[in-house]
Ligand binder design. Structure first.
Ligand code: SF4
Length: 420
């Protein structure tokens, strides 16, 4: 007081919050932004999207889309890598926790949940466990405690995706090599919604090359509200499908108008791994003390191919295994795809596989060389399309997040042990 410090009042303009809730996946509160530019670094750099950048305001700078446009009006792909690095929560996922609590509290609703392969080895981090600790059984127990009527595994529909994508690839190859027809090749994977958004924004000429398969999340929603709803005698209008995903782009994907097979949205709400951890904490469950439980029938079974979906190269390896088995009638020898490893963390990987001794109806493929490529991080997609002739490849996997879904924008943030 003697120094008159309390008299020193900041006379400048106070920061005012500018909330952007224009997209289903990402929430921005520019009032919290400390202008560290980590989000800009990933958006411009590793993802090469360019949706947000520093904007000059006289002597001040703000971070966001040009001309203060909302994210829905720029090229944001909703990958959430910005949210994964923001240290203050100025960019984070759109939160659907309250909607899920409301559904669970509604006695008229039958609420089921599906869980993606990438979350079960990451959820434990939100409760202080070592990164990579598998917590599948505890996660299932927690979801049952929260009150879900059915707890299911997205791995089941990851297997469906594999079978469909592998068969679609063979169908395209048959039309080209046996029937002499034109087909869009290489075929690209379609299970990463941020990659789909990126292709729609920047490479619309490649849309015909995308596999026509829905992602595993959307396949599960469609199966739940058609086959499963009928099997258990529940009106799909009263069924609520919740997904727990490592991903913010899945929130956007679930709200696409075209993904409504039962006449209702295939998936109603998508929670990130972080949001599930918050719900578990809100309900007072002591996660580490839970006894393991198993996923519910009728979707508890899946193959090892579905398990590896979460990593870069996983979808490709699984799809090639399937195609090889269909064409030759034999399992792919385990050393084949590892001659050139497509499962490591290089941003761009390639492999070739010679088809030998196919069964009779596939004889036109005898001796054919199947060339595949695996890309993660969207900047690497730009690099490939600029520098390589992709016409020699038959199948290309793209995952937007570095390393694949395991590093998705909705996973526990690595800066601390708590959930933010
Ligand atoms: Fe989502 Fe996986 Fe694609 Fe990342 S890589 S945007 S987590 S689907």
């Amino acid at each position: 007081r003697d120094l008159g410090i309390e008299e020193l009042r900041y006379e400048g303009e106070k920061t005012s919050s500018q909330i952007d809730e224009s997209t289903p996946g990402i929430f921005r509160d520019s009032g919290k932004c400390i202008k560290c530019r980590r989000c800009v670094e990933v958006c411009q750099g590793v993802e090469s999207v360019g949706a947000i950048s520093p904007q000059s305001r006289g002597f001040d700078t703000t971070i966001g889309p040009a001309f203060d446009h909302p994210l829905s009006e720029v090229t944001c792909v909703q990958c959430g890598q910005c949210a994964a690095v923001c240290p203050v929560g100025a960019i984070t996922e759109r939160n659907y926790i309250q909607q899920v609590w409301d559904a669970l509290d509604d006695p008229e609703k039958y609420v089921v949940v599906q869980t993606a392969p990438a979350i079960r080895s990451a959820l434990g981090e939100a409760f202080g466990l070592e990164p990579g600790t598998p917590v599948t059984g505890k996660m299932v127990a927690a979801l049952k405690e929260l009150g879900f009527d059915g707890v299911f595994d997205t791995n089941f529909t990851a297997d469906l995706t594999i079978m469909e994508e592998g068969s679609e690839l063979l169908s395209r190859l048959t039309k080209v090599l046996r029937d002499g027809q034109k087909q869009a090749l290489p075929q690209f994977t379609s299970c990463c919604p941020a990659w789909i958004n990126f292709a729609e924004h920047y490479y619309p000429e490649l849309l015909k090359n995308l596999s026509t398969c829905k992602s595993p999340q959307q396949m599960f929603g469609a199966v739940a509200k058609t086959y499963y709803a009928e099997k258990i005698g529940v009106d799909p209008a009263k069924m609520v499908v919740v997904s727990v995903m490592p991903c913010t782009a899945k929130k956007f994907e679930s709200q696409r108008e075209e993904l409504t097979d039962s006449g209702y949205p295939d998936v109603d709400y998508v929670l990130t791994t972080r949001e599930l951890a918050r719900m578990i904490n809100q309900s007072g469950i002591l996660f580490s003390l839970l006894e393991d439980q198993k996923m519910d029938s009728p979707f508890p079974e899946s193959s090892g191919a579905a398990d590896i979906f979460a990593n870069t190269g996983g979808v490709m390896e699984a799809a090639v295994r399937t195609a090889y088995k269909i064409v030759t009638g034999r399992n792919l020898p385990t050393d084949k795809m590892h001659l050139k490893n497509i499962m490591d963390l290089e941003g761009i990987k390639e492999a070739s596989l010679k088809i030998e001794d196919p069964v009779k109806e596939w004889s036109f493929l005898d001796g054919a060389e199947l060339n595949v490529m695996v890309i993660h991080s969207l900047s690497n997609v730009r690099k490939v399309l600029k520098e390589k002739d992709i016409s020699k490849y038959h199948f290309i996997e793209v995952m937007s997040c570095p390393g694949g879904c395991i590093s998705g924008g909705g996973q526990p943030r690595f800066t601390d042990n708590n959930i933010r």
